[in-house]
Design a binder for this molecule. Sequence first.
Ligand code: FE2
Ligand code: FE2
Length: 442
Amino acid sequence: MVDGLALLDSVPVPLAVLEGPDLRVSLLNRCLVESFGHPWAGPATPDDWWSKAFPDPLYRRRLLESLASWAPGKEGEDRPLEARLTCGDGSEREVLIRLATLGETRLMVLEEVGAQRRAQRELEFLAFHDPLTGLPNRMLFYDRFHQALRLAKRHQRGFSVLLGDLDGFKAINDRLGHEAGDLLLKKAAGRFQAALRATDTVARIGGDEFAFLLPDTGIEGDLEAVARKILEALGEPFQLRGEPVRVGCSLGAARFPVHGDTMDLLLARADGAMYAAKSRGTNTFVHAAAGDREGPGTRPPFITFGNSALVGIPVIDAQHQHLAGLCNDLAGAIFDAQPPDQLRERLEAVSAFVRVHFALEEDLMRTFRTSDQEAHFRHHGHLLKQLAEIQARFDLQGLSATLLEVKSWLLAHIHESDQALARELLARGFPGNPESPGAPSP
Ligand SMILES: [Fe+2]
Ligand SMILES: [Fe+2]
């Protein structure tokens, strides 16, 4: 009969054997001692190991609690815990801890997180977080939304989604400059996070647009309490360039399952409610009404295309308006819960027209040799990439996500790139519309 502990001691993988609910260490194997240079380790004093490998008492307590309550995923999937371990020489290393349980005994296996994995994790972080505020970005938000929906359906629990944008942000950005505007966004993001529960998600999904995902807020009163906290978070003025600055927020909310049972319906209804909140004045919260299940005509257009979005070149303006119209048609179809085939057809119409429009602008840029072509092409490419990613991830579950992407992209892109392009084209003699704001003054 093989001696089990002697065998584990000789395994060339860092591992420990833990006993009972308090995770008493009964074996630290040779490989673990050598890998992390713990000179105190050995059969005589293995229990010291916790306090030396994890010297911060609060950190250690949380880790031990996580390890004690650890269980494999429902489908038995591997769910390693990450930890920061202090080595014998005082240096710190990141490790992944995996557990196997056999009654009261646990086998703990450690794996050091290598430089390659750390770099990969940083890349993953960047792909799913907003670099300015560190909040989850649009993609991560949709992903969490998807998960929340799945869990809420499985456990028959309610949750809410809120969409909000800052009132008065643009004026502050224009008056105090981009740097102050960025600082304001960072500070607002921090206040939102501080106002929310650990289980909530706040994401930055556009320039000054934020989205909130609030689990277990199936009751209207619970949702309102959180919405109030979000608005109150902006109550105190922000200090920017030495002066107090105030911004408000317009919030629109939709609840699962009252206002819809898909990501698209819920986002469409939260967006409609946000639009209503905006029209009622600053710092307002509007809850999608049960009446939001009514037919078309009762809801505002998804994209409103005002005069300020005109560039002054009739063919470009007409295409922008047509694109906004196609998006509004798709938003209406989602809102009215039309069959998947019709939704797919409308989505394809949006994507196809985006390409037609980009081709026209890019041809004009080449023909008239305008400046900043590369940056402009990159902006176009960015939208196409985002749209492709959303579609690949969610298929028809991501229609509202696609629309929100096009909406915030289109209006920002017109102001940041297309208006400059139009000015150059007009200056080079391209015929413009004399009544449009983009046309040069006589
Ligand atoms: Fe463009
Ligand atoms: Fe454009």
